[in-house]
Design a protein around this ligand. Structure first.
Ligand SMILES: *[C@@H]1O[C@H](CO)[C@@H](O)[C@H](O)[C@H]1NC(C)=O
Ligand SMILES: [Cu+2]
Length: 250
């Protein structure tokens, strides 16, 4: 009996922490109609029984994260063992996309970064390990320190939404959006940062002619010792180096 209670007391807070993480539940283009994302709980549903959406599904039933020691594996592309979304968000260059997280814990402060990869052919049959990404927007530290005010706080205050603009003039084609939060609350320790990448397919139309650069393979975006990955949130600082390649201005 005492050991049962000890085990229950230990495991309950962990479960609560895990369930408090989020995923991208939906998207709007220029504040238009709601487009459903992928729910991690669909991963194990038999083929054809889960709703088809633009969102990639991942082996992420705990709403968990990718650790720095997996940043050189394909899991960093679109989360763990990800498989492609079967639909597309339709947009054109210059559109504003708003991503709706279902929830997010305010302790999980850090950067919010958006990348695009061009699919050769359909994104619905793309393989996460083959994707190369170009960073198109980033935000992170706003003010203060220890821990300070971060774009994740803004996202929570805006009904768990984060938005960005597709590069104007972007050439038509099939792209994968890699939207990511990196939580820094444990990042002062080796392997303590937490990456939460979310991928969604976008079919870009319109008459743009600017080609996306070839980008950086997902497995080369970050290393465990980048200064923005191994970073003490609970200390005094006056800057924060956002990890990954430079933002492409389009
Ligand atoms: C907040 O977002 C949810 C979807 O996550 C939506 O249903 C709700 O209407 C939004 N609330 C406001 C005030 O916009
Ligand atoms: Cu957490």
């Amino acid at each position: 009996m005492p050991s049962f209670y000890a085990a229950a007391a230990f495991s309950l807070p962990l479960l609560q922490l895990a369930s408090a993480h989020g995923y991208v539940a939906g998207i709007k283009v220029n504040q238009g109609s709601w487009i459903e994302g992928a729910n991690p709980n669909w991963y194990y549903q038999p083929a054809g029984s889960a709703p088809e959406t633009p969102g990639w599904q991942a082996l992420n039933q705990d709403n968990g994260f990718v650790s720095p020691n997996a940043f050189s594996t394909s899991d960093i592309a679109c989360h763990k063992s990800a498989k492609p979304g079967q639909k597309y968000i339709e947009a054109v260059g210059g559109d504003t996309l708003t991503l709706y997280w279902n929830t997010w814990p305010d302790t999980h402060k850090g950067p919010i970064i958006n990348y695009l990869a061009k699919c050769s052919g359909e994104c619905t049959s793309a393989s996460a390990g083959s994707l190369s990404f170009t960073k198109i927007s980033e935000g992170a530290w706003l003010s203060g320190s220890d821990p300070g005010d971060w774009v994740t706080d803004t996202m929570i205050a805006q009904n768990f939404t984060s938005d960005f603009k597709l590069p104007s003039g972007l050439a038509p084609g099939n792209y994968i959006l890699r939207h990511e939060i990196i939580a820094l609350h444990s990042a002062g320790s080796a392997n303590g940062a937490q990456a939460y990448p979310q991928c969604l397919n976008i079919k870009v139309g319109g008459g743009g002619s600017t080609a996306l650069p070839s980008g950086t393979p997902a497995t080369n975006l970050y290393t465990p010792t980048d200064p923005g990955i191994l970073f003490s949130l609970y200390s005094s600082f006056d800057s924060y180096p956002i990890p990954g390649p430079d933002v492409w201005s389009g």
